[in-house]
Write a protein that binds this ligand. Structure first.
Ligand SMILES: Cc1cc2nc3c(=O)[nH]c(=O)nc-3n(C[C@H](O)[C@H](O)[C@H](O)COP(=O)(O)O)c2cc1C
Length: 356
């Protein structure tokens, strides 16, 4: 449960229904003021219980910093952040000890850890573990902004309904930040309303839906990253695939590039205001594993939430027989809206690590 960068490490700890969850962030530069209000604002964007499209679990997610900050300024010691679990209802999970949820981590975790595994609320596999990642990411986002590097994301798609994409060439910091200031982080509010109604339809049916988050970064120098295993794509993909429910990570045109001709995919180079830029950005700002100075564009695909209210086919582990599973806990009918700040956080941690 550790993000291992070149300079930065983030050790995540805790289980969904344990006493607390948290992270130890090591390698941050000393002397940087952490704006607690901005940090709390990012945490609130991820926190549950903010409308019909999220789980009804109520968690205030107030981070307590128990080391590494003195008077709100990083002191060079590892930063330890603690988030207490307040609203765990472990009774909801009793039946899952015997009947694993399809497409959740219950079955492989049972085999790997045995009966001692604390699978309540998903245990260490819960989306709840992304809260400390957001606390770490919020600090990274602030340190990047101090370096004039900006990261922002929006819901690019839910249940097949697309949002307007970010402008891949002319994206401005204010357009990047705009979706994150809304309760439902999209560029087009019309598309957002359609997505919300698709989520509500799925919830009413006892079902769930998935989607895609698009994240962009502006202000990166040319040449960040490197060849082969030094590639920025590798570092970003590794961090982004750590987010529960992620099924795909792609850069620029991604898989669509496989269906294009070179002449249609290549980004022509030109000189503008004394700088070398490209007139299109199908590469998503990355070539040869390195930034090319254009906006860095990554898409992250999320599967539909595995816990659904509809009856599902599973097995009883004690009886080794087929069993019907009815899940009674509280779940997100779509994890994508809450995952937007998590994607921003993971991208920020990787970029800060590369820049340090
Ligand atoms: C923010 C967030 C919230 C999530 N909420 C739920 C949930 O309420 N119910 C659920 O079954 N899965 C939820 N998940 C997804 C599971 O944690 C994930 O699907 C599971 O651990 C299996 O991992 P995998 O999908 O990466 O294979 C959530 C994920 C994220 C990122």
């Amino acid at each position: 449960m550790r993000f291992q960068g070149k300079k930065l490490t983030v050790q995540v700890f805790g289980q969904s229904h344990g006493e607390a969850i948290g992270a130890v962030i090591d390698g941050l530069p000393a002397g940087v003021r952490v704006d607690q209000e901005r940090l709390n604002a990012l945490m609130r964007r991820r926190a549950p219980g903010q409308g019909a499209h999220t789980t009804a679990r109520r968690e205030p997610d107030i981070p307590e910093f128990v080391s590494g900050l003195a008077d709100g300024i990083s002191c060079g010691a590892p930063v330890t952040v603690l988030i207490r679990n307040r609203d765990a209802r472990s009774g909801d999970y009793a039946s899952l000890r015997d009947i694993p949820r399809p497409s959740h981590a219950d079955w492989p975790a049972f085999v790997k850890y045995g009966p001692a595994h604390d699978g309540r609320g998903g245990g260490v596999f819960s989306g709840r573990l992304t809260a400390p990642l957001c606390a770490a990411g919020a600090i990274a986002l602030q340190m990047l902004a101090d370096r004039q590097v900006f990261v922002g994301a929006h819901i690019a798609e839910i249940a097949g309904i697309p949002d307007d994409p970010f402008d891949p060439v002319g994206l401005k910091p204010e357009d990047l930040a705009a979706p994150g200031q809304k309760s439902f982080p999209v560029c087009s509010d019309g598309a957002g309303a359609e997505m919300l109604s698709a989520i509500e339809d799925a919830r009413r049916d006892g079902d769930s839906v998935g989607g895609v988050v698009e994240c962009a970064s502006l202000g990166l120098p040319v040449g960040l990253g490197g060849p082969l295993f030094e590639g920025l794509e590798s570092a970003l993909a590794s961090a982004l695939f750590a987010i529960p429910a992620v099924r795909g990570v792609s850069f620029g045109k991604g898989f669509e590039a496989a269906r294009m001709r070179g002449s249609a995919h290549n980004d022509p180079l030109l000189v503008a205001d004394g700088r070398i830029v490209t007139s299109t950005n199908r590469a998503g700002g990355l070539q040869g594993g390195m930034t090319n100075g254009m906006p860095l564009l990554v898409n992250v695909a999320f599967k539909p939430t595995p816990s659904i209210a509809l009856p599902q086919r599973s097995v009883s582990l004690s009886r080794m027989q087929p069993a019907e599973l009815i899940i009674s806990g509280r779940h997100d009918p779509c994890v994508v809206p809450r995952a937007v700040p998590v994607v921003e956080s993971m991208v920020a941690l990787v970029l800060l690590d590369q820049l340090l």
